[in-house]
Each structure stands twice: as C-alpha cells, then as structure tokens.
Design a protein around this ligand. Structure first.
Ligand code: NDP
Length: 452
C-alpha cells in the first residue's frame, strides 16, 4: 500500500528531476511545484494515480515548437523574434490556450502557462486540452502595419501546427482582437480554408463569440463573489483593487461596477492610478482599448478624484477584495502583508500565477479566501470553448445566452473546487481543490487512453 510518506518522497524526487531536466525555467518549476505540493492526498487515496509514469507524463509537454519569426518594421529594418507553441496535453481535447506577445516571453514562461492551462481547462468541464504559445516580440509602440506583418510572419510557421481539431490558440498579453484578426487572415490565406474554429477571440462579425472579450474579467469577479457568498458576505458595496489595465482588468472593473462593488485602481508597467470615486470604465476603455495609451493618461483626464502613482503597486491601497490581473509574480509577500493589514477578505487571480507562493501561504494563514487563476480566470477559456462550439455549428448565440453559460460554468468551478478541497481534508483551500479536481479529470482520461 502507498502511504503519504512514500508519495511525498516520490513527489520530492520528481520535483528535483523536473528541475534538472528543465534548467533555467523558474516559472515552469514554480507552476509544477505548486501543483505537486497539493497532490499527495489524492495520490494516497487513489492508488491508480500513483502509477509510475503518470505524473511524469503530465509534466512533460506532448510537443514543443520553437521557430524564427523574421519581419520588417516601417523603416524596412529586419527584426528576428522567436515564436513558441507548447502543446502540453491533449487527453481531454484539442490543445487550447492563448498566445502571448511580450519581450519577457521564453520557453519556461510558455511552459508554465501551458501547464496551468491543462488543469484550468479540465476544471471548465469542457473538451479542451492544454497548450500555450507566443513570442518575445514587443508590440508596444509598433504601428498597425508592423503588428500585421509580425502576425503574418508568425502564422506563416504556426499554421502547420494548429487546426480546429488539433490546437486552437487565442489571445493573452499583447494579443487581442486586432492580432487575432491578422493571424486568422493569414491562416485563411495560406490554407485556403474558412476554418473558424482554429482561433478564438475573433471579431463578432466573423465567427467570434459574444462575451469572449469580457469573459475572463467577468468570470474572475463572479468567482470572487462566490467565495464571499460562501462566507456569508456579498460583493455589493465592497471596495476592490485591480492591477493591470488590459483585457482582463478592464472587464474585471466593468463587472465589479455592475455588481455594485467599487474598483479603486488599475495599473500598467509604469505605475498605477487610484480613483477615489471608483474607476470610470468608459474612460478606461477609451484610453486603453481605443487609443492604446498609458494608464497615466486616465488620471490626467479624470479630474480631481484620480491620481497617478508612478512605479507604485496597487496593493498598498486598502480594499476588501483584490483582483491581480496583469502578469505572473506581481503580488509578493510584502504586498500580501499590506493587503492583510488593510483587511482584505478575498483575492481572485485574474492573471496567471500573479501571486508568489509565499504570498499565497500568507493569505491562507490569515484566513483570506484565495481563488487561484486556474479556477478564477477560467471564464476566458470556457467562453473560447463555447466559441468553438458555435463555430462548429455555424451559429452565433446571443450575449445573454453566453453570459448565462459563463455564470453557470464559474459557479460550477467554484463548487467543484470547494467540495474537492473538503473531500481531501483542506476545507476552504481553493488551491488544493482546483489542483486536485483538475488533476483527477485529466489523469482519468490519460489512464483510460494508455501510455502515450
Ligand atoms: P493585456 O495585454 O490586455 O494587458 C496586460 C496588462 O498587464 C497591461 O496593463 C500591462 O501593462 C500589464 N503588464 C503586462 N506585463 C507586465 C509586467 N511584466 N509588469 C507590469 N505590468 C505588466 O493582457 P490580458 O489582460 O489579456 O492578460 C493579463 C493576465 O491575464 C495575464 O497573466 C494572462 O495570462 C491572464 N489571462 C488572460 C486571459 C485572456 O482571456 N486574455 C485568460 C486567462 C488569463 P503594460 O502595457 O505596461 O505592459
């Protein structure tokens, strides 16, 4: 019989081996450790999961593609970027996960995101596997024509590896509706196919789903509301700090306002704005989505209620709820201590792995409800899967129908995480609940499909 001690020894050895085989990939190590750290109870209770090779296979991508992306800027200069697509696990369906364009992108970051995506996608209950991709291309300050040429060059290699039944990318940092349009156009041109389901996040008039742009932000607010409800509290009337000012942050702010909460902040890599009257979401959209400006411009135009704090971190602003929605490791132990000191009740991760492990432990020790990204930000990929379903049926659902589905899926994810945590002796621990519930679904499919 396998004991918890045996399991722990095996998991510790596996962690060491994964670090050895994947050197210089700290974000990937962090994401793997965070999952392995919570699996011991399920491996001890369900011996079939302790079968040699299962977890080893789960931690090794099925396929990793790295390619050159040459492109010309508006002055005719040639630039060479690196493109990635990590197809991590397809036991539950076609690989599914976004593309990130940001100068920090490297293989380890794409692997961490792809690994997270496996469990997140499993939690949605839909038929999607896990993958992720992107490039170290920096879109900041580039013209539309430069973005288009880059996207066309990127797709000229990527098209070989994707398809509606194979691998279905979407957006992430630096990739929104504009980029998905250019990528889709080039895919259609190269393949001579109208294959709507090959990418999600498309425009509403040509195969995109209603509510896809809103889905990640809306979903993470719904998850925060569900965690508060579990504790007998209501989101209405609560103050919130939100980081980032991109796709996820904007629709987080919008949903907070719709539910009667008061979002006080948003940020970008240059600093943050705090608005005593609450963020004006229409002005935020104008500055960030329409004009592609900087967050400081919001404060300049908002008037006396708002100020820009250069280089600061939103976590120093007192609030009831925190929704980190920018990037990985943006909320550390000191930030968590400040939030706890100021009485934060719930944290829901809109971004992927924004909270460092030390900060997560601090929140949990302080009794703060903590919703990990795998669960809290799964609304985006869930509506992407609904977009695939609509594409398959050559139909388009109403915004009301998609929003109802999204609410249903987020509620089901919350219940699954909550109940799984209780079942494995960790009541209230959404990290354990999300990891084990996601793992169980993927592991069952992998075991049924044999050693591949
Ligand atoms: P966007 O590109 O739309 O916005 C990203 C925001 O985060 C910008 O305000 C950006 O500021 C800020 N940011 C990015 N990198 C950094 C950094 N290194 N330091 C400080 N600020 C930074 O991306 P999204 O809103 O789509 O994505 C945000 C997060 O949500 C990511 O973690 C992503 O993986 C996650 N996510 C996104 C989903 C989606 O549907 N889009 C789905 C699930 C998760 P600046 O412009 O100054 O760089």
């Amino acid at each position: 019989m396998t004991t918890r001690d045996d399991t722990k020894t095996r998991l510790d050895a596996l962690r060491v081996e994964i670090e050895r085989r994947n050197p210089a990939q700290p974000e990937f190590h962090q994401a793997v450790h965070e999952v392995l750290d919570t699996l011991a109870p399920v491996l001890a209770a369900r011996p079939e999961y302790a079968e040699p090779g299962l977890i080893e296979r789960l931690c090794e991508p099925e396929r990793q593609v790295i390619f050159r992306v040459p492109w010309q800027d508006d002055q005719g200069r040639v630039h060479v970027n690196r493109g990635f697509r990590v197809e991590f696990n397809s036991a539950l369906g076609p690989y599914k996960g976004g593309l990130r364009f940001h100068p920090s992108v490297n293989l380890g970051i794409i692997k961490f995101l792809g690994f997270e995506q496996i469990f997140k996608n499993a939690l949605t209950g839909l038929g999607i596997g896990g993958g992720k991709g992107g490039s170290d291309f920096d879109p900041h300050g580039r013209s539309d024509a430069e973005i288009m040429r880059f996207c066309q060059s990127f797709m000229t290699e990527l098209y070989r590896h994707i398809g509606e039944h194979t691998d279905v990318p979407a957006g992430d940092i630096g990739v929104g509706g504009r980029e998905i349009g250019y990528l889709f156009g080039q895919y259609r041109r190269i393949t001579n196919r109208w294959e709507a389901g090959v990418l999600t996040g498309k425009g509403a008039g040509w195969g995109g789903s209603a509510i896809r742009p809103e889905a990640t932000g809306y979903g993470s607010v719904l998850f925060a509301a569900a965690m508060l409800r579990e504790r007998g509290e209501d989101l209405e009337g609560q103050t919130a700090v939100v980081s980032g000012s991109g796709n996820v942050a904007i629709y987080t702010v919008e949903k907070l306002l719709a539910l009667g909460a008061n979002p006080l902040t948003c940020s970008d890599s240059s600093g943050y704005v705090v608005d005593d009257k609450g963020i004006d979401v229409e002005l935020l959209k104008q500055v960030k989505e329409v004009e592609r400006g900087r967050i400081s411009e919001y404060a300049e135009r908002r008037g006396a209620s708002a100020r820009f704090v250069p280089g600061g971190r939103v976590w120093e602003v007192p609030a009831d709820v925190a929704l980190p929605s920018a990037t990985q490791n943006e909320l550390d132990e000191n930030d968590a201590a400040a939030l706890v000191r100021n009485g934060v009740k719930a944290v829901a991760e809109g971004a992927n792995m924004p909270t460092t492990p030390e900060a997560v432990h601090l929140f949990q020790r302080a009794g703060v409800a903590f919703g990990p990204g795998k669960a809290a930000n799964a609304g985006g990929v869930a509506v992407s899967a609904l977009e695939m379903a609509q594409n398959h049926a050559r139909t388009a659902w109403s915004p009301a129908k998609v929003e109802e589905e999204l609410a249903h899926i987020m509620s089901a994810i919350h219940t699954t995480c909550h109940e799984t945590a209780e079942r494995y002796g960790a009541p209230g621990d959404y990290v354990t609940g999300a990891n084990i519930a996601g793992f169980e679904r993927v592991a069952d499919a992998m075991l049924a499909q044999g050693v591949i």
